[in-house]
Ligand binder design. Structure first.
Ligand code: ATP
Length: 270
């Protein structure tokens, strides 16, 4: 496969107000924003700023969104890549890409590095050797550990990584001075779903009959990504019927469609 280097966004527009709910997680990452904004305040007393934090939670709950919002709030560049990109890479490419990523991020420091799906590279070593192991994955993981250890406390690059399986990660990643903090990003509860709906109906032309509280009750188990998808689906359903606005019924039809899709997916998995 053709190797894209990594993504970078020098002017992140995402802020905490784009992230609905997740109050606890936002409070925890606020500290990282403060470190990035005024590192001296922390280091002047001899404290060491953490190098990394792990965002742990189910798919679609806003881990990427939250990481991006940290960069946006701190007004620092955001460098990102996904662990799954490394899986089919040629020998040496993964490690050199990690090296390049960290070098760039340091040049633009203060900055955020975000590694999505870190479990794809960071799975416990040796456990997956049924197929003879994956040397390239190990090389990449080792390079990642080397880079994080090489950071001085004054580097001012903070590495955020996301996973939905912290339990499969190599313990070396979780050691002090690496990803030694875990921040939980859970599925939204009823009130959080309402807050997420409010974010995602904003761009829509809505009929007055839309009842967010009712929709929030009808969507237990939905992630933020599912709700974003639902709002878009409702708008498409309304448009197909040539309506002038998105009505409550369009949201209900979209719920049915998405729940149907989820059930099908679960059946295939089971
Ligand atoms: P994955 O583990 O699948 O990578 P993730 O946890 O990183 O998922 P995101 O990619 O951040 O999830 O979420 C996908 C999209 O869903 C976001 O871009 C946003 O539109 C919506 N979304 C998810 N969570 C929230 C939230 N808490 N508030 C508002 N929108 C959300």
């Amino acid at each position: 496969s053709k190797a894209k280097l990594f993504d970078q966004d020098q002017k992140v527009k995402t802020s905490f107000k784009d992230v609905a709910g997740l109050e606890g997680a936002k409070e925890e990452v606020q500290e990282i924003v403060d470190f990035l904004k005024s590192p001296d305040k922390y280091t002047s007393l001899g404290g060491k700023i953490p190098k990394g934090a792990l965002l742990v939670g189910p798919p679609g709950t806003g881990k990427t969104l939250l990481a991006k919002a940290v960069a946006g709030e701190a007004h620092v560049p955001f460098f990102s890549l996904s662990g799954s990109d490394f899986v089919e890479m040629f020998v040496g490419v993964g490690a050199s890409r990690v090296r390049d990523l960290f070098k760039q991020a340091q040049q633009k420091a203060p900055s955020i590095i975000f590694i999505d799906e870190i479990d794809a590279v960071g799975r416990s070593r040796g456990k997956n050797n049924i197929t003879g192991g994956n040397d390239e994955r190990e090389n990449t993981l080792n390079q990642l550990l080397t880079e994080m250890d090489g950071f001085g406390t004054d580097t001012n690059v903070i590495v955020l990584a996301a996973t939905n399986r912290a339990d499969v990660l190599d313990k070396a990643l979780l050691r002090a001075g690496r990803f030694d903090r875990q921040i939980y990003v859970d599925l939204p509860d009823l009130n959080e779903r309402a807050a997420i709906f409010k974010v995602h109906i904003k761009p829509l032309k809505l009929s007055k009959d839309v009842d967010i509280d009712f929709l929030s009750q009808q969507t237990p188990g939905f992630s933020g990504a599912d709700i974003a998808n639902l709002c878009n689906e409702a708008a498409l359903i309304a448009a197909r019927k040539s309506k002038k606005a998105v009505h409550h019924q369009d949201f209900l039809d979209a719920v049915d469609r998405i729940v149907g899709g989820l059930e099908k997916k679960n059946k295939i998995i089971a």
